[in-house]
Design a protein around this ligand. Structure first.
Ligand code: MN
Length: 367
């Protein structure tokens, strides 16, 4: 951009950083929108959008045990559809977790349907109706006969709709929704953007997981341009803790030990730790991963004393180690990086047993 030659030197600088910067911003946003809009096939986007535009009352459902991607996708899409004069109800079998303070509209999520008078259902972040839990179980006949649009990003999804938009290349359902809305030229309000960004940020743990692509970040950039605020999501989601949780973590971290030159790290959580910290049992949430953040640690284990005399082990791994195989030894399972099992022994008996087994795996490579 060239400045106005009639302006003095100082004025010219003001002109350049003002008007042309605003023009650049608009064209930059248009370019981002075009890139994102091209990330979804037009036919599929059109088929889904037509069903939404033809509907009057729309039910948007998030899977049970909801995460911010499921709820943020449902709320974010509801905000966008309401701008097109659609009546939207957002439902989930379980209530919105208390720390999801960053989701605009969370107070409107219902755990039970007011009625079954919907002409479209949009199922978000899971490809099987059974994953919608009690909501599906209580209204099975309605859901089995309903017209459903299914939007999800899990590779294992079978699709439960007449139109299924399932894209495992998307790091989050919310990323896929951003593509859909931009493909259809739909406006994304600040509230909608905040919900969608929450889905993207939490499914990638702040753009850390390897599911994060250039497109994921582009979608994030676009949503920030719509007014979404990353800090409002990241701090309550990952860092803010109630004081009793801080106290509990302090007690548990004081018990930390290592074996196999620090490659195995573990800590114990006893019933009295919970009681004396004034904590609740769910406040160990995040602790096993936190242990794995120790330099040199490859396998992290949190051993928790149950109130039934048994011991619960939560295992997190990095490198070549398969947490699900380690836990299978005790009849448990899960994922490669995160698994759990219950050891039928008191914590004092279980601790040396489990550590001896894991130490043997690390030194021999045999599970
Ligand atoms: Mn998801």
């Amino acid at each position: 951009m060239t400045g106005d030659s009639r302006l003095g030197e100082g004025e010219k600088r003001v002109a350049v950083s003002g008007d042309s910067a605003a023009t650049d911003k608009t064209s930059e946003r248009k370019a981002l929108a075009a890139i994102l809009a091209a990330g979804i096939t037009n036919e599929l986007a059109e088929a889904a959008w037509r069903l939404m535009m033809d509907a009057r009352r729309i039910l948007l459902i998030a899977h049970h045990n909801p995460d911010p991607d499921a709820l943020g996708s449902a709320l974010g899409l509801a905000f966008a559809l309401e701008a097109h004069d659609k009546q939207c109800v957002v439902a989930c079998a379980d209530p919105v977790p208390a720390n999801f303070t960053f989701l605009p509209g969370r107070e409107r999520v219902v755990t039970e349907l007011p009625a079954e008078d919907f002409d479209l259902v949009i199922a978000l972040d899971a490809g099987e109706l059974s994953r919608y839990g009690a909501l599906y179980e209580r209204h099975q006949a309605f859901f089995d006969g309903a017209r459903i649009v299914n939007i999800d990003h899990h590779a294992t999804s079978t699709g439960c709709g007449v139109v299924n938009i399932i894209d495992p290349a998307s790091a989050a359902t919310a990323e896929l929704l951003t593509l859909l809305l931009l493909n259809r030229g739909a406006a994304i309000s600040q509230d909608s953007a905040q919900c969608l960004l929450a889905g993207i940020i939490t499914d990638t743990r702040s753009f850390e997981f390897d599911a994060t692509t250039e497109r994921t970040l582009t979608a994030g950039a676009y949503l920030v341009g719509c007014g979404a605020v990353p800090e409002a999501i990241i701090k309550p989601m990952y860092r803010l803790k109630p004081y009793p949780k801080m106290k509990l973590w302090g007690r548990v971290l004081a018990s930390v030990q290592t074996a196999a030159d620090g490659r195995v790290i573990w800590a114990t959580l006893r019933q009295r730790d919970i009681a004396e910290a004034g904590a609740t049992p769910d406040m160990d949430d995040g602790l096993p991963s936190y242990l794995l953040d120790t330099d040199g640690a490859e396998i992290a284990i949190l051993l928790r004393e149950g109130d039934d005399g048994k011991t619960r082990a939560s295992v997190r791994t990095t490198g070549p180690w398969d947490a699900s195989k380690l836990c299978a030894h005790y009849g448990g399972g899960g994922h490669i990086r995160a698994s759990g099992c219950t050891v039928d022994a008191s914590i004092d008996e279980a601790e040396p047993q489990v550590i001896a087994y894991v130490r043997q795996v690390v030194t021999t490579g045999e599970y």
